[in-house]
Design a protein around this ligand. Structure first.
Ligand code: MN
Length: 251
């Protein structure tokens, strides 16, 4: 379980109420939310129930509903939790929380539908969350090995807005990377040059030593085959993330 870090207190009240901000970020979230004596998902549910019971249905409830969804609370579970709690704390509170929960869980339904639609128009599978390389990506990517012998070929899928950090493929001889778009729409950009749009069938050859990134368009899923060109001492040198400002320059 990743350590929970919260900075909302300092962001909102750091100047006005530095002690409150400190207790919020360092004690409530920094220490208490990281306590492992109860399961994280249960802690999220308790928090939603506590806010609902108090009649708090502002942005903090929305935050904690989203948190609960991230912790794995399903639509069926949140519906049962709100229904159960409504008997004890008041029917109107149930209505208020349901209105907000519908937004949070329906968003995830439409995201899942968009992912399924993307996968349906592609020969290759989306595969599994690309956790091994997540630290070098902004947003969620997925990885499906196509060939893991002779020449490594991987289908890499990026959700809308997802891109990898600036990076350089290195080798003492040979090496480099070939990208072939297989579904959706995305971009390839070399340092100091305009981004190149990639659509299904488009192929990009990336020699060693070239600083670049690749990823999805802001409004489209994107998949490319990444072909690892064989070479000696091949490696990736991962650099800084593509900032929102750099990414925002795409048309
Ligand atoms: Mn690359």
């Amino acid at each position: 379980m990743e350590k929970i870090v919260q900075t909302a207190g300092r962001a909102a009240l750091g100047e006005f109420a530095p002690d409150f901000a400190h207790f919020n970020d360092d004690v409530l979230f920094g220490e208490n939310w990281n306590n492992r004596d109860i399961d994280h998902k249960i802690r999220c549910i308790i928090t939603v129930v506590a806010l609902m019971s108090s009649g708090i249905t502002d942005s903090s409830l929305k935050y904690h509903l989203e948190n609960a969804k991230k912790a794995g609370v399903t639509k069926a579970e949140i519906a049962a939790i709100i229904t159960h709690t409504a008997f004890y704390v008041g029917w109107p509170k149930g209505w208020a929380v349901f209105n907000m929960a519908k937004e949070v869980w329906n968003d995830s339904d439409s995201a899942a539908a968009a992912k399924a639609a993307h996968e349906a128009q592609m020969l290759f599978p989306i595969g599994v969350p690309n956790d091994g390389f997540a630290q070098y990506f902004v947003g969620q990517s997925y990885l499906a090995p196509v060939s893991s012998e002779q020449v490594g070929i991987y289908n890499v899928t990026f959700e809308p807005g997802c891109r990898n950090n600036w990076h350089i493929h290195t080798a003492s001889n040979g090496g480099g990377q070939i990208l072939i778009c297989v579904a959706g729409r995305g971009y390839y950009q070399e340092w100091g040059k305009d981004a190149i749009e990639m659509n299904p069938g488009d192929c990009i050859n990336i020699p060693v030593g070239i600083k670049h990134w690749h990823g999805a368009a802001p409004d489209s899923w994107f998949s490319h085959l990444a072909v690892e060109v064989p070479g000696e001492n091949t490696a990736n040198e991962w650099l800084e993330p593509v900032t929102d400002e750099e990414y925002g320059r795409l048309e």
